[in-house]
Design a binder for this molecule. Structure first.
Ligand code: DX5
Ligand code: ZN
Length: 220
């Protein structure tokens, strides 16, 4: 079932020793999208995993995947993630010299293209890029780690983007919000205009299925 507001558990906070089990629990709890955080130790001060992870995930799960590239040279890895079946791929505006080219490159594989912005990167980047995007990812923490606190007063930025999209007839473009999204604040994030909510520690701390059910209920 496709929900209007999509919950995207970030596997960064999953138990890597029991990934298959955690992903099954995400499916059971009604999650919509798996969010994969790709970090290279250059663009962000942390290293996670590469395309091979998606290759193995695809052996037991067909959940839609949103790949969040927090890496210095995203263009070099877009083909592999696309070919392994990542439905959505985003890269950071701060990481590429030619945003339009990278967005078009993702779309050339028939995948949804998204630009990701760090918390204080001017929102105008998203305005300029919007018509070439299928979604826009707004970071609500500095990228690199799970379990950080949502930067307060961020709702205004999400609202600003949503209003821009509505005013320009671009409301089909999805807004993915990433960082510090929990059961307690998810409704405010979606009310501000986001329709894809990434949550790592908010889902994987404790009972995954119960957390997903509670988040879905909080969104009603
Ligand atoms: C941070 C990542 C996020 C992170 C979210 O750099 O992009 O996706 O895993 O984790 P929480 O929800 O714990 O902030
Ligand atoms: Zn992410």
């Amino acid at each position: 079932m496709q929900h209007q507001i999509k919950i995207a558990p970030s596997l960064l906070s999953a138990d890597f020793g029991n990934l298959q089990k955690d992903i099954k629990l995400c499916e059971e709890g009604g999650a919509d999208i798996l969010h994969l955080d790709i970090m290279d130790g250059h663009f962000v001060p942390n290293i996670t995993f590469g395309p091979i992870m998606l290759k193995y995930i695809r052996k037991y799960s067909q959940m839609p995947v949103s790949t969040h590239l927090m890496i210095a040279k995203p263009d070099e890895y877009i083909p592999q993630f696309a070919e392994l079946g990542s439905e959505m791929i985003s890269f950071h505006a701060e990481a590429v010299p030619h945003i339009h080219r990278s967005l078009s490159f993702i779309r050339s594989f028939g995948k949804k293209a998204g630009i990701a912005l760090n918390p204080v990167t001017p929102i105008e980047y998203a305005f300029e890029a919007a018509e070439y995007c299928d979604f826009i990812l707004l970071m609500t923490v500095n990228p690199g780690f799970g379990g950080q606190k949502f930067i307060p007063n961020y709702f205004a930025r999400v609202e600003k983007l949503k209003n821009f999209l509505i005013k320009n007839g671009l409301e089909h473009i999805e807004i993915e919000v990433d960082g510090g999204v929990k059961i307690e604040n998810c409704k405010s994030v979606s009310d501000a205009g986001a329709n894809i909510l990434v949550s790592g520690s908010g889902i994987f701390s404790g009972d995954i299925v119960q957390n997903l059910i509670a988040m879905r209920k909080a969104l009603e």
